[in-house]
Design a binder for this molecule. Structure first.
Ligand code: NAP
Length: 279
């Protein structure tokens, strides 16, 4: 299998694979640790080199799992982690990032995201991100769970124009961003990173009849649909190697215009503005 995945451009011209790997709920149960590391390593070997984690996941435990999975191949990986909003002050974000780096056993993150918008002014968080960039601890920064109005605000702050991505909930069942946020980001060439692209497994049953008619698996249809949206990166989480291989194969699936129309009937496009959903 060709391990060079299609890429998506960040606003600064860097390219990242269109399909990455999530890690929420990894590192929670000791006896699953080996399988999680094996799954992440297989994903890297298959080209899914973008790995998304957060200080929040398993209270740092997911970052430790990732640290072990990427040991020996750090430079092949595009590593993303996130800071809690309550840690996102000028000093707090620097300290949180340093803790993440220790757990990840690396000296830099490729991308550091504000996990969601909190009470600390964006200006302060951006100053911390600037400090972290200057000291080489992060290469790029971005946000997560930001509404269009939040995006407008951050882009007006000094340094905010360097925001590399907005990671949000997006899948066939959660299409609200198509109304406003997604076109807004596309216009500015800011990629959207789609989290929970298979709705944490809840999409599988309703997608089964459609998938079976096409000889595909439901998770692959869910991913292929996200992956055919322009300027969107998908980060499914799989701690099972069979799932990892299935997910990788979804990059090569081409959904026809008829397939897409059928999926629009099953999971309609938004017809009005709705608040951004979060998990
Ligand atoms: P998801 O990726 O939509 O679903 C994960 C679930 O689907 C797991 O139970 C996994 O099982 C299963 N699965 C994966 N591939 C499958 C396949 N081929 N067939 C059948 N089942 C499959 O949900 P998610 O973990 O919530 O989202 C993905 C990542 O996005 C997270 O891990 C996290 O990194 C990120 N995220 C970010 C935010 C945020 O606020 N920024 C919020 C939520 C998630 P196994 O593990 O058993 O393989």
């Amino acid at each position: 299998m060709n391990t060079d995945l299609r890429t998506v451009d960040l606003p600064n011209g860097k390219r990242v694979p269109v399909l990455g790997q999530g890690t929420w709920h990894m590192g929670e149960v000791e006896k699953r640790r080996g399988a999680e590391i094996e799954a992440l390593r297989l994903g890297i070997d298959l080209g899914m080199t973008l790995i998304d984690t957060a200080e929040m996941y398993a209270d740092g435990g997911a970052e430790k799992v990732v640290g072990e999975a990427i040991s020996g191949c750090r430079s092949d990986v595009y590593l993303v982690s996130k800071v809690y909003p309550h840690n996102a002050s000028r000093k707090g974000a620097v300290a949180a990032c340093e803790r993440s780096l220790r757990r990840l056993k690396t000296d830099y993150l490729d991308l550091y995201l504000l996990h969601w918008r909190g009470a600390i002014p964006l200006e302060e968080t951006l100053s911390a991100f600037g400090d972290l960039q200057r000291t080489g601890k992060i290469r790029d920064f971005g946000v997560s769970n930001f509404e269009e109005s939040d995006m407008e605000q951050i882009l007006e702050e000094p340094g905010g124009e360097r925001t590399a991505t907005n990671q949000v909930l997006y899948n066939l069942q959660r299409r609200g961003i198509e109304w406003d946020l997604l076109p807004w980001c596309r216009q500015r060439r800011i990629p959207v990173m789609a989290y929970s692209p298979i709705e944490q497994g809840r999409l599988l049953a309703s997608l089964r009849p459609f998938s079976e008619r096409r000889g595909l698996l439901p998770a692959q249809v869910a991913l292929a649909w996200v992956l055919c949206q322009e300027g969107v990166i998908a980060i499914p989480k799989a701690s099972n190697i069979q799932h990892v291989s299935e997910n990788r194969a979804a990059v090569d699936i081409v959904l026809s215009a008829e397939d897409l129309a059928e999926l629009d009937d099953l999971y309609p496009r938004p017809t009005r503005k709705t608040p951004l959903e979060m998990l």
